[in-house]
Ligand binder design. Structure first.
Ligand code: BGC
Length: 833
């Protein structure tokens, strides 16, 4: 088979050892990412007859739509998982009828989609993939269904799909149950003795039906667990393993309990300007401070066994705090894992602060009944600082810092007090992303009591006045970190070539050195004569998004045989015929990648070691298929449950988010020449109008909530790349923001990698290409000739400084020269010579 562009796809579809290994890791991640929200003892179940209903029963949703899709070999549904685990599903007819209903709905959706295509001028191309096909919420459960099912045990799986470009609706297709589902659930709850509800939704869902429908015995948050979710679920249901997942978000009793609920995104009729009026009070920081009772608190999750937690020691050494505790499995029947969480209530002196913040967490290994393990939870005093805008400093204000140890944000015990006798300045920064007028934020309640202990009851540690050394950031230009040979090659490039280098290849087929079928983008192919091959980027975050089967035409063109984003499957038949390869008629090549649980589900494992292994598994696939940058992990904060991409992101909490992203980076980057791209930097917390909206946010909330996770990921995970977001932050496109891209990311956090834009985020009334380069956003993606031409013109007219261009081009080149593809290219050139 002769192919026009080199790739590393396999010539056979035989399963590889890597696929098998990675499937196992995907299974392990799913096992720890499923959260048991409620259980009256009904779970676990002995394998036997079971009535399985709901949209997600047979068509379990493995992950969201859009760029976050992954095309794996096979997905294990809940139905398949249960049957393999020895259950007899007695409602197969119901499940098959639902599948028919699904297919009919899909046909209608495709017809509607094609009608939209007739008015192309009305389409915003990058949001073309928005509004994914929504599963019909369900179909009725009849008395006959119940009778035929011949069992007293029922599992009902509620499922919802979401994806980029659009936020979830508050209605029955999104956040809430449909009337039909409610009726079905009520019917089941009334008819079956054991009733389990499973939520197969990528983000927080409305659970108020629990008040309306009596008789529900257990609730499982399945989230979206990738290709092995069904097996993991079944193994948890039958008690082979105890659940150990914990929520990574606060689940409100009612949507309206969230601050600014009805102002979010499209709900107030204005998708252009979003005001972050809740300030730092996001997620549990709001619920705990304002005394609002959540349905399920942040960090909550049940097990089949019970644990005791005993504090062993607290150490304060310089700026490092270490809390050691012993966890014991106090149950008799089941092994299990527990996650310890350490929260700190900072003094309410000076600035208003949240009631508590997560400072550290750690998970045990699997503990047998009676077995114990000691865990150490460590953090730095800098993590307890608050940002004061007036003097641009992170300060540890004087007063008592109460350490609380527990197993969820609402189940903690005070463990120690640390006292700062005077204010300590940890860092002095320059103000960033200033607005003319501050956003008017909600007022915190008066007289909050964060003590909850008697004086003298707790050990008291005094924080030395000089425990934390003050860092004063310098924003002077630093010498670039280029390899000498990168610099040498860079010097040989003309202005025009530099413009090509920072512009991506625009998705042009062209004369590439290398391309894995299905990649999201490549760097330029125009510089091969200068010894610079192109390299590739592939999406994430739930695995590598590549074409799994591609056909090779007689002319050597490689074409995927399935749409790379499912919505493309709705294109008219003749278009698909041209776009897609034909598996029947043409020889094929294969790239089987693994779909892992979505970001939220991964965060729910609270297991950084496991996430590192997931990262390494992805890194091995990158290596196998020649991908240099993985466009993942996604790490925006879950500001509101309706954000259409929450499933891709980890949590409402910056620490959990940052630790997960750092672990993923470390894992992927154990493979030399493979890099992550943490995204979307920053405040991409809304999908509606995502490429034009303006996030209005005060600097303190920006730094403490929305930048914090990225900061942790950069400092602890040293990611190779960052992707800027589409939106504006306080009036400036993130990709045009010198404050964000250079001053914060590079000058304050020491990031020395590549910054790329999100796809089509610059040009045509969006962020400016030139300003992006000036700001230090090195690479315009997917770029292309037009972008390169515009840069060249700006260069010739003196609007774009050559120095700025060179700085960015150098970083793109450095990335290319660090890649495995570059090594292969060099080898080939040597052989040819
Ligand atoms: C998404 C990114 C993605 C890129 C490339 C954009 O629409 O926002 O997350 O990496 O496409 O597929």
């Amino acid at each position: 088979m002769k192919m026009k562009i080199r790739n590393k796809a396999a010539f056979t579809d035989a399963e590889t050892g890597l696929e098998r290994d990675n499937r196992r890791i995907s299974y392990e991640a799913a096992l720890e990412g499923i959260v048991l929200l409620e259980n009256d003892g009904t779970l676990p179940l002995k394998p036997g007859k079971i009535a399985l209903y709901g949209a997600g029963a047979g068509m379990t949703i493995k992950g969201g739509t859009g760029s976050g899709e992954v095309r794996e070999r096979h997905v294990v549904s809940i139905l398949e998982g249960m049957e393999k685990a020895g259950f007899t599903v007695t409602t197969r007819r119901w499940i098959e009828e639902y599948a028919k209903r699904y297919q009919e709905g899909e046909k209608e959706y495709a017809a509607e989609f094609q009608r939209k295509l007739l008015k192309p001028w009305k389409l915003d191309m990058i949001n073309f993939i928005s509004s994914p096909y929504q599963y019909p919420s369900s179909q009725p459960v009849t008395e006959q269904d119940v009778k035929d099912s011949d069992t007293d045990t029922c599992i009902y799986v509620v499922a919802r799909q979401a994806g980029e470009g659009t936020d979830r609706s508050l209605g029955e297709k999104g956040y809430r149950l449909s009337d039909e589902e409610k009726a079905g659930l009520a019917m089941c709850a009334a008819s079956y003795g054991k009733m389990i509800v499973v939520v197969n939704v990528g983000s927080v869902f409305d659970m108020s039906f629990l008040e309306e429908i009596p008789g529900i015995n257990a609730v499982v948050y399945y989230s979206q667990q990738g290709m092995m979710g069904g097996s993991a679920f079944a193994d948890l249901v039958c008690g082979k393993t105890s659940p150990s997942g914990k929520t990574s978000d606060t689940w409100p009793k009612n949507y309206e309990d969230i601050p600014g609920a009805m102002d979010y995104s499209y709900l107030n009729g204005n998708t252009g300007e979003e005001y972050y009026r809740e300030g730092i009070y996001v997620g549990y920081r709001y619920f705990d401070t304002y005394g609002v009772e959540p349905r399920y608190p942040f960090g909550h999750g049940l097990s089949y066994t019970t644990f005791s937690v005993e504090k062993k020691s607290v150490e304060l050494c310089g700026s490092e705090v270490r809390v050691c505790a012993r966890v014991t499995n106090t149950g008799k029947a089941y092994a299990g894992k527990e996650t310890l969480q350490l929260y700190v209530s900072c003094p309410q002196t000076g600035m208003n602060k949240e009631y508590q913040r997560l400072a550290a967490f750690a998970k045990t290994g699997e503990l047998q009944p009676g077995e114990s393990q000691e865990l150490t939870l460590a953090f730095d005093l800098r993590d307890l600082t608050s940002y004061r805008e007036e003097d641009g400093s992170y300060v540890l204000e004087a007063g008592d810092y109460v350490l609380k140890l527990g197993t969820s944000s609402r189940n903690t015990t005070p463990a120690a007090v640390m006292e700062a006798r005077k204010e300590i300045t940890a860092a002095v920064c320059r103000n960033i992303c200033r607005r003319e007028h501050a956003v008017r934020e909600i007022e915190p309640p008066m007289n909050m009591d964060t003590c909850e202990y008697q004086d003298g009851e707790l050990e008291r540690y005094i924080i030395e006045d000089d425990a934390v050394e003050t860092v004063t950031y310098s924003y002077e230009e630093k010498a670039d970190a280029l390899f000498p040979y990168t610099r040498k090659l860079l010097e040989k490039l003309t202005g025009e070539e530099l413009c090509d280098l920072v512009s991506g290849d625009g998705g042009s087929g062209g004369n590439k050195f290398f391309e894995a079928p299905g990649v999201a983008g490549c760097t330029t192919s125009a510089l091969q004569k200068k010894g610079i091959p192109n390299i590739c980027m592939a999406d994430g975050p739930a695995g590598l998004r590549l074409q799994k089967v591609s056909a090779v035409t007689r002319r050597g063109t490689v074409k995927g045989t399935e749409p790379n984003v499912s919505v493309m499957g709705c294109l008219p038949g003749p278009v698909k015929k041209v776009m897609l390869g034909n598996q029947e008629r043409q020889p094929c090549v294969y790239q089987f990648t693994t779909s892992f649980p979505v970001g939220t589900a991964l965060a729910q494992t609270w297991n950084t070691e496991l996430i590192e292994r997931v990262g390494e598994a992805v890194g091995k696939e990158m290596e196998a298929y020649g991908i240099t940058y993985w466009l993942a992990p996604g790490m925006n904060i879950h500001r509101n449950p309706l954000c259409g991409r929450n499933f891709e992101y980890f949590s409402e909490d910056p620490l959990l988010t940052g630790k997960m992203a750092a672990a993923m980076s470390r894992g992927v980057q154990t493979r030399k020449g493979c890099f992550v791209t943490i995204k979307h930097f920053c405040c991409n917390n809304q999908e509606e109008n995502r490429n034009r909206m303006n996030a209005n946010v005060n600097e303190r909330a920006l730094r403490e909530i929305y930048l914090k996770g990225f900061e942790i990921a950069v400092r602890e995970g040293r990611p190779g790349a960052v992707m800027t977001s589409y939106n504006k932050v306080n009036g400036t496109y993130a990709n045009n923001s010198m404050d964000l891209v250079t001053r914060v990311l590079r000058d304050e956090w020491g990031f020395d990698g590549l910054v790329m834009t999100d796809w089509y985020a610059t040009g045509k009334g969006l962020g400016s290409h030139v300003k992006a380069i000036e700001a230090g956003n090195d690479l315009l993606m997917p770029g292309g000739k037009k972008a390169a031409r515009e840069l060249k013109k700006a260069l010739e007219e003196g609007i774009l400084e050559e120095e700025d261009l060179k700085r960015c081009a150098g970083r793109v080149l450095q990335g290319i020269m660090s890649s495995r593809i570059y090594q292969a290219y060099r080898r080939l050139k040597k052989e040819e010579a």
